[in-house]
Structures are given as structure tokens and as C-alpha cells.
Ligand binder design. Structure first.
Ligand code: ADP
Length: 171
């Protein structure tokens, strides 16, 4: 049985991520989506919230599951018996960073290979940061995130905005 890992921050999961999830779930027998629990990255959504959103959007993908991890991604992959790690590539700018990470991971554990899936063109501009930026200005993010999580994402960003307004400071 081939196990693959798709690691990331997913802060929050976007339609671009979901596209990669669907495609990679067809390549391996079992796909684990690894939610990086790293407070240094200062995510807007807690790890539990990010897992909850991912679980909602993968409910129709029977061979996919979600787990959190911290520390080295290769160690997380190894603990799951995974041999493949998936990453998405949007533009050349992603490539420079991603190749460095992939080569480092290969040096750390040559038994685990990184497989890059190129983004579907319609999602090539999409990132979690763009979603948060647009939502913070009350823009329509329905073309960016799966419908199942839309109310949750807009609700959370709205609640942060009202906290901002309350004390005049940005979060
Ligand atoms: P990280 O913090 O590890 O970059 P992200 O949640 O931002 O985590 O992204 C996880 C993975 O998904 C990365 O490989 C990233 O390149 C990929 N990805 C993000 N957005 C898209 C998109 N719109 N299309 C394809 N891949 C994407």
C-alpha cells in the first residue's frame, strides 16, 4: 500500500489546495494531509480549526485523512510509513523554495520522494494569504475557498476585525 503525505499550513485550505488533494489522492492508496502546527508561522486559524476545515472538504475522498504535526516533515512522513510527499507548484517563484526543501528532505531521508503537482491554471494565483487579505476587506472569497468552509472563514476573519476595531491594534 502506497502512503503519501501532503504537508502544509492550510491557513485556510483553498480551492488550489483541494485540487492538489484530489489529484494526489488518485496517485496513492492513502493520503494523509499534514497540518503544520508551528506557532512561529503565526497562523490566523488554530491547528484544530485548520484540521476541522480540511475534514469538511475531504469528506467525499475516502482514502484521505488529516493529521497535525510539528518538527521535521520527513519524520512525520516516516512515522506514517509514507514514501511520497506531495507539494503544489504555482509559479517559478514557488520552484526555487520548493526545490531547496525537497533536496534537504531527500538528504535527510532518501526513502521519501517529493512529487510536485503543477497547479491547475485557474488556481495559479491563489494562496491562503490572498484569501485572508480579501476577506479582511470584506471581499467575496467564494471563488477561492470550498463552499463548506466559506461561513467559517468569513466568520473568523470578521471576528478578528471586530477585535481590531475594539482596541485599535492589528492582530
Ligand atoms: P506552506 O506553508 O508549507 O507553503 P501552504 O498551505 O501555503 O503551506 O501550501 C501547501 C502546499 O500547497 C505547497 O506546496 C504550496 O505550493 C501548495 N499550494 C498552495 N496554493 C496552491 C495552489 N493555488 N495551487 C497549487 N498548489 C498550491
Amino acid at each position: 500500500m502506497t502512503v503519501g503525505v501532503y504537508p502544509g499550513s492550510f491557513d485556510p485550505v483553498t480551492l488550489g489546495h483541494l485540487d492538489i488533494i484530489k489529484r494526489s489522492s488518485k496517485i496513492v492508496d492513502r493520503l494523509i494531509i499534514g497540518v503544520l502546527n508551528n506557532s512561529a508561522k503565526k497562523p490566523v486559524f488554530t491547528a484544530e480549526e485548520r484540521v476541522h476545515m480540511l475534514e469538511l472538504v475531504i469528506k467525499d475522498i475516502p482514502n484521505a485523512a488529516v493529521e497535525t504535526f510539528d518538527g521535521l516533515t520527513v519524520e512525520f512522513a516516516k512515522s506514517l510509513g509514507a514514501t511520497v510527499m506531495f507539494r503544489g507548484l504555482r509559479a517559478v517563484t514557488d520552484f526555487e523554495y520548493e526545490i531547496q526543501i525537497a533536496q534537504t528532505n531527500h538528504a535527510l531521508n532518501p526513502d521519501i520522494d517529493t512529487v510536485f503537482l503543477t497547479t491547475s491554471v485557474k488556481y495559479s494565483y491563489l494562496s491562503s494569504s490572498i484569501v485572508k487579505e480579501v476577506a479582511s476587506y470584506e471581499g467575496d472569497i467564494s471563488k477561492f475557498v470550498p463552499g463548506e468552509i466559506l461561513p467559517f472563514v468569513t466568520g473568523k476573519i470578521k471576528s478578528l476585525r471586530s477585535v481590531d476595531n475594539g482596541n485599535g491594534q492589528k492582530q
